[in-house]
Design a binder for this molecule. Structure first.
Ligand SMILES: Nc1ncnc2c1ncn2[C@@H]1O[C@H](COP(=O)(O)OP(=O)(O)OP(=O)(O)O)[C@@H](O)[C@H]1O
Ligand SMILES: [Mg+2]
Length: 592
């Protein structure tokens, strides 16, 4: 259905594509990259140059015993050292800046992308996992761009420059170095690739850990009510241990890699000093030259060592980038049309379902809605009734275009809603859903969620109409009271009234109410019912209610059963025509 998240698919992604995707994020900062690169090249060159002064200090100062030459050499050394300091500052600052900047951009891009994805994407992809990608995976990338990449580059320059100077100093000795380089690079490539794969697995495991924590904390009361702390603890331990096992494999590979490289490098170094030492003894080479040679060899060796460490770091980040790209490339099933139709003239609010059939992506073989044809005139209120699971909420979801029908179409003022942009469509609609959704924040922020520019007066008026002001004013800080995550500090009925106030403030032409008053006691329900009726007046309203008492005043009632529309009419006509409705009414009112 949607894109697959299997690692196997991602692993086929070539490194060049990864680089290309990363380059997109680097492109806006070419100036900063140039400055950082210049500083990088500059400082590397200076370090290499510094060794030449060391050679002079040894040969002229120590061996020849000339104080004057020693002084000039020291001054030169100091000047280079000071320049080095400036260069290092620029390099460090700009490279770290780039790391932070690019990470911020990637985070923003990923969030902006996923917040627009079709809702069913989040049925397949756990929110905790996505969170982990945006936080931990981007942190890896930050460490790479903000340090590892520059370490790698600086050491690469040092390695190349070092080898070059080695050649100048003593070509014979250098051949020893050159023989060793492929010996060292080979294992780096081989183990590096393994590290990248393991790193990806490791990050996946960490994401699972995060997802598990998130869910069990959200459902903490249920977990404790059923005494499942121990069980959850065991489950969690298992996730953590799996993450550890994968990490263990990864660090083992890394350790092998580093050990191998270090051994090879120091082995080569020993050979060089032995060969060079014999040249100094026999007078073919000066002591300063050997010092410089060994210094360059150490620089090259450290550089290779650093690169081999950083390479696995780079591979880890490549694993992280793969996962982020997967998120960025996930395509929304709900797309804006290329050429969106604009609703011209006065918006009327005619809502039609024309032979709409729909099945959820995860259950393609059962129709949640089956050939539903239903028409709402502008300003008409229609109630949907029917047993649980009949497809009532699903019908509302189709109006908001959270899903598209499998066949048939939904039209607004005669225009297929797929021809409108989702924003345009949704700007005419307000919904109070079955589980009133509140956000972390204050009462006022929650009420003006759909209309952030609303002022306190408007918010108050909306709360008044929803009979919410009576409890809001009793809260410790009134409209500024903080509600906790998902509104945990309110009762179910209070949450519902806030959700209604939000819809009232939004002042939509089309109103969708899904069991909007189910959590209210009889007294508040009656009041809220009055408010809703006032709100519904003049608006096209689609109302779902289990309690028939709450819908007796709507214009028409439609009865759904197992996704099929089996009857429409008024309370009176349905009592006679529709057995299902008559049974419901009998149960609730005792009417025959
Ligand atoms: N995200 C989903 N994925 C798969 N199937 C779903 C999904 N949401 C709902 N369904 C199924 O679709 C059918 C219709 O669900 P829907 O939520 O529309 O029922 P409803 O009429 O609103 O019921 P209730 O009165 O209990 O709220 C049910 O069989 C339900 O199991
Ligand atoms: Mg429902």
């Amino acid at each position: 259905m949607t894109e697959s998240n299997k690692p196997s698919a991602a692993q086929r992604r070539s490194s060049s594509r990864l680089l290309a995707s990363t380059a997109v994020f680097l492109k806006p900062y070419l100036t900063q990259i140039t400055v950082a690169s210049i500083a990088l090249i500059f400082t590397s060159a200076l370090t290499l140059g510094l060794v030449q002064y060391v050679r002079l200090i040894v040969d002229k100062g120590f061996v020849e015993g000339s104080t004057e030459s020693l002084n000039t050499a020291i001054i030169g050394f100091l000047v280079v050292a000071i320049l080095q300091a400036f260069g290092t500052f620029a390099r460090f600052y700009w490279v770290s800046w780039l790391g932070e900047r690019v990470t911020a951009d990637i985070r923003k891009a990923v969030y902006k992308h996923i917040i627009n994805l079709h809702p069913s994407y989040f049925e397949e992809n756990l929110s905790g996992e996505i969170q982990s990608r945006i936080t931990t995976d981007t942190t890896l990338i930050q460490s790479v761009i903000g340090s590892s990449a520059s370490i790698a580059l600086r050491n690469l320059l040092m390695m190349i420059g070092g080898v070059l100077f080695l050649f100048i100093t003593n070509p014979k000795l250098t051949s020893v170095v050159l023989i060793c380089i492929p010996l060292v690079i080979g294992p780096i490539m081989f183990f590096g690739r393994k590290v990248r794969r393991l790193s990806r697995d490791s990050q996946d495991e960490i994401a699972n850990v995060g997802a598990y924590v998130g869910e069990s904390i959200q459902q903490i009361k249920t977990v404790q009510a059923y005494n499942q702390q121990q069980h959850n603890d065991n489950m969690f331990s298992r996730y953590v241990e799996t993450a550890f096992e994968v990490a263990k494999d990864r660090i083992f590979m890394r350790s092998v890699l580093i050990t191998l490289v270090m051994t090879l490098v120091f082995g080569a170094l020993a050979v060089m000093i032995w060969v060079g030492g014999q040249d100094v003894i026999s007078g073919r080479m000066s002591a300063g030259e050997l010092t410089a040679f060994v210094a360059y060899a150490v620089i090259v060796a450290t550089a290779v060592g650093a690169i081999s460490q950083v390479i696995s770091e780079l591979q880890r980040a490549a694993g992280a980038m793969e996962r982020l790209i997967e998120l960025l490339e996930a395509e929304s099933l709900i797309q804006s049309p290329e050429q969106a139709t604009r609703l011209v003239g006065e918006f009327r609010g005619q809502l039609d379902f024309e032979a709409v059939s729909f099945s959820y992506p995860s259950r393609p073989n059962t129709n949640a809605l089956d050939d539903v044809t239903l028409s709402l005139r502008p300003g008409e209120s229609l109630a949907l009734v029917g047993p649980s699971g009949a497809g009532k909420s699903t019908l509302l979801d189709l109006v908001l275009r959270f899903y598209d029908p499998k066949s048939g179409r939904v039209t607004l003022d005669g225009v297929d809603i797929r021809e409108l942009t989702p924003e345009a469509l949704r700007s005419h609609i307000a919904i109070v859903s079955q589980q009133p959704a509140l956000f972390t924040g204050s009462v006022i922020d929650n009420i003006r969620f759909g209309k952030p520019e609303a002022n306190l007066e408007e918010v108050r008026a909306a709360a008044e109409s929803a009979f919410a002001s009576e409890f809001i004013e009793l809260l410790p800080e009134g409209y500024d009271s903080y509600l906790g995550e998902g509104g945990v500090r309110l009762s179910g009925g209070q949450r519902q009234r806030l959700a209604i106030a939000r819809a009232i403030l939004n002042d939509p032409e089309i109103l969708l109410l899904d069991e909007a008053t189910s959590a209210l006691d009889a007294e508040s329900e009656r009041k809220v019912q009055l408010a809703l009726e006032k709100l519904m007046a003049g608006r096209t309203s689609l109302v779902i209610a289990h309690r028939l008492s709450t819908i007796v005043n709507v214009d028409r009632i439609a009865v759904l059963e197992q996704g099929r529309l089996i009857a429409t009419g008024t309370h009176k006509t349905l009592l006679e025509d529709c057995e299902l409705y008559a049974n419901l009414a009998q149960l609730q009112f005792g009417e025959a």
